[in-house]
Design a protein around this ligand. Structure first.
Ligand code: ME8
Length: 547
């Protein structure tokens, strides 16, 4: 195994507020990260995938009070709901952050104490505005621009005047700009991706001021500011507490190498500023404190990135959110899984979602269309056809592909181009491109069948060898397609593997094990003489009921 095969890879999602239950938006980001994590495990990388929940928000304690519960009780309930949904959807996260965990609280306390000691965090006074829905401080110029209403939910901003601790963000303006400039055109690309989102951030960094990083009046719901002896009871501002989650769960001897390799942070555009400016500045500041140089090491600076997707919106164009209540809640998600299967939901979200710079409408009609066209008609039909012909004509056994004249599926450029396109799509987080390339491999099989017409070829006499070669080639290409598709539709691929004598792939990948993508996409792995099991349709066609 080359050293590359064991490369560490660290992927994260935002940690979600537990004021309410999970919805489709949360499931989406975690699912995208799951597809990417699975791809890296498939390649053989030493992968760590982190998701979780953000608990110390004022809206969590407010919601708890409405329900007559303590913030911790309310957070426990909703954290369990997030954990359950992710488990049910077979997310392969390696850990689950809770910001109320002792581990997280102890580490955040250490980091903030170090920043106070170094002088990058200082006591001061804040007068300005607060967007309670977003848990975000809004400076006067921005508040004016927003007409003193939240740009996200339209609710009035709240005037604030309080003693706070501040982080010297302004001091890091130039370092941030330099960091952004260094990453432009680098191998890993811009720190903020898609790159189109970068300019707004760069302009804002140029005007960034110091930011409050603590608040009063949280009634003990939050992590106390270390060493604070003011009477108000200062707790660490929820956003600072939350950003540090990316570090707190990997800051130990077993996991630190994941951090040091440079994280891939998936987020949506609502929280870009925190990740694009405040987060790297905090890392820079912490790395100057005793014992924390590793936090902002060379690999981190070269590889860490923030991938910012857009929103799922309703068909009328509104962002799905808890406050608007138009989201697909866990029950609706369950219905999709019951009706179409988990893999169909995974495939749709990952390939038709708002990963780029435009929002995606969640349309039930489009869902059915994609299910039928890509999954049922392509993967489903093609695998059934090949298995049926092999069963009927070759007693259900792969023959030997001896006649290389028929192997243009294997040797022609299309397959090679698609493999490269797949890998490139995955590496640059263009999941739709990666998915298309995998489906195009199935398309190659379909056109090869049209061309060679194995259904017309007799299984005895002179033509048997030709028939065996054609069907073997089809099965080989489908096997390769299924390897590429595994990060998207793992259950169906594993089912398919068990039918064609490749159950050992699933064995290797079980329990977050590592695969061997490079070897598995090589031509000629199916063993001649292996029985092929027909089995039930992988994706039965979905009939839309006529109204
Ligand atoms: O912001 N479409 O938590 P949050 C797509 N706790 N993705 C969506 C979405 C939609 N309509 N709605 C939500 C927070 N998301 C903080 C994060 S991180 C250190 C702290 C997803 O519960 C998307 O990933 O409001 C978005 O960034 C996240 O949920 C916000 O979740």
């Amino acid at each position: 195994m080359s050293t590359h095969d064991r490369k560490p890879f660290y992927v994260t999602t935002p940690i979600y507020y537990v004021n309410d239950k999970p919805h489709l938006g949360h499931v989406y980001t975690t699912m995208v990260a799951d597809v990417v994590a699975r791809y890296h495990r498939l390649r053989g990388d030493d992968t760590f995938f982190l998701t979780g929940v953000d608990e110390h928000a004022a809206k969590v304690s407010d919601k708890a009070a409405e329900h007559g519960l303590s913030p911790q009780q309310w957070a426990d309930q909703n954290a369990a709901a997030f954990r359950d949904v992710f488990a049910k959807l077979e997310m392969t996260n390696d850990d689950f952050v809770r910001t109320s965990s002792d581990r997280h609280k102890a580490k955040v306390t250490e980091y903030v104490a170090a920043l106070i000691a170094s002088g990058d965090v200082y006591a001061g006074e804040y007068t300005g505005w607060y967007d309670a829905g977003q848990e975000e401080y809004v400076p006067e110029n921005k508040a004016k621009e927003y007409d003193y209403k939240s740009p996200v939910n339209g609710k009035p901003l709240v005037k604030k005047a309080e003693k706070n601790y501040f982080f010297k963000l302004e001091k890091y303006r130039d370092d941030l700009l330099k960091f952004y400039a260094e990453r432009d055109g680098s191998d890993r690309g811009s720190y903020v991706q898609p790159e189109a989102r970068k300019n707004e951030i760069v302009n804002r960094i140029k005007e960034a001021n110091d930011i409050p990083i603590s608040r009063t009046g949280s009634n003990g719901w939050g992590i106390p500011v270390p060493g604070d002896d003011s009477s108000g009871g200062q707790t660490i501002y929820v956003w600072i507490d939350a950003l540090f989650n990316y570090l707190t769960y990997v800051d130990d001897d077993d996991r630190r190498h994941y951090w040091e390799s440079g994280a891939t942070h998936f987020i949506a555009k609502d929280i870009l500023w925190f990740h694009a400016a405040i987060w790297p500045a905090l890392q820079m500041a912490l790395s100057k404190c005793d014992g924390y140089a590793w936090v902002w090491g060379e690999e981190v600076r070269n590889n860490q990135l923030v991938y910012t997707h857009s929103y799922w919106v309703s068909e009328s164009g509104e962002k799905m959110s808890k406050s608007l209540g138009n989201f697909l809640d866990p029950a609706a998600i369950d219905n999709y899984v019951d009706e179409f299967g988990l893999d169909a939901l995974r495939y749709f979200l990952a390939t038709r979602g708002p990963l780029g710079t435009t929002d995606s409408a969640f349309s039930p009609d489009l869902f059915v269309e994609v299910y039928n066209s890509d999954l049922s008609k392509k993967i489903g039909n093609s695998s059934s056809r090949v298995a049926a012909m092999t069963a009927k004509k070759l007693d259900g056994m792969f023959g030997f592909a001896s006649d290389y004249r028929h192997m243009h599926l294997a040797t022609g450029t299309p397959l090679g181009v698609l493999l490269t396109g797949f890998q490139n799509g995955m590496d640059t987080l263009k999941l739709a491109q990666a998915g298309d390339c995998a489906i195009d491999v199935v398309r190659l099989v379909d056109s090869y069948i049209e061309e060679t017409e194995p259904f017309r070829i007799a299984a005895d006499g002179d033509t048997r060898e030709e028939l065996e070669t054609i069907l073997y080639s089809c099965a080989e290409a489908l096997r390769i397609a299924s390897v590429l598709l595994w990060p998207f539709i793992p259950d169906k691929c594993e089912q398919f593997w068990s039918r064609i004598g490749c159950g050992h792939y699933a064995e290797r990948l079980k329990d977050k094990g590592r695969g061997d993508l490079a070897a598995w996409v090589q031509w000629g792995q199916l063993q001649p003489g292996t029985p092929i099991e027909k089995g039930e349709a992988l994706f039965p066609r979905y009939q839309v009921e006529k109204k």
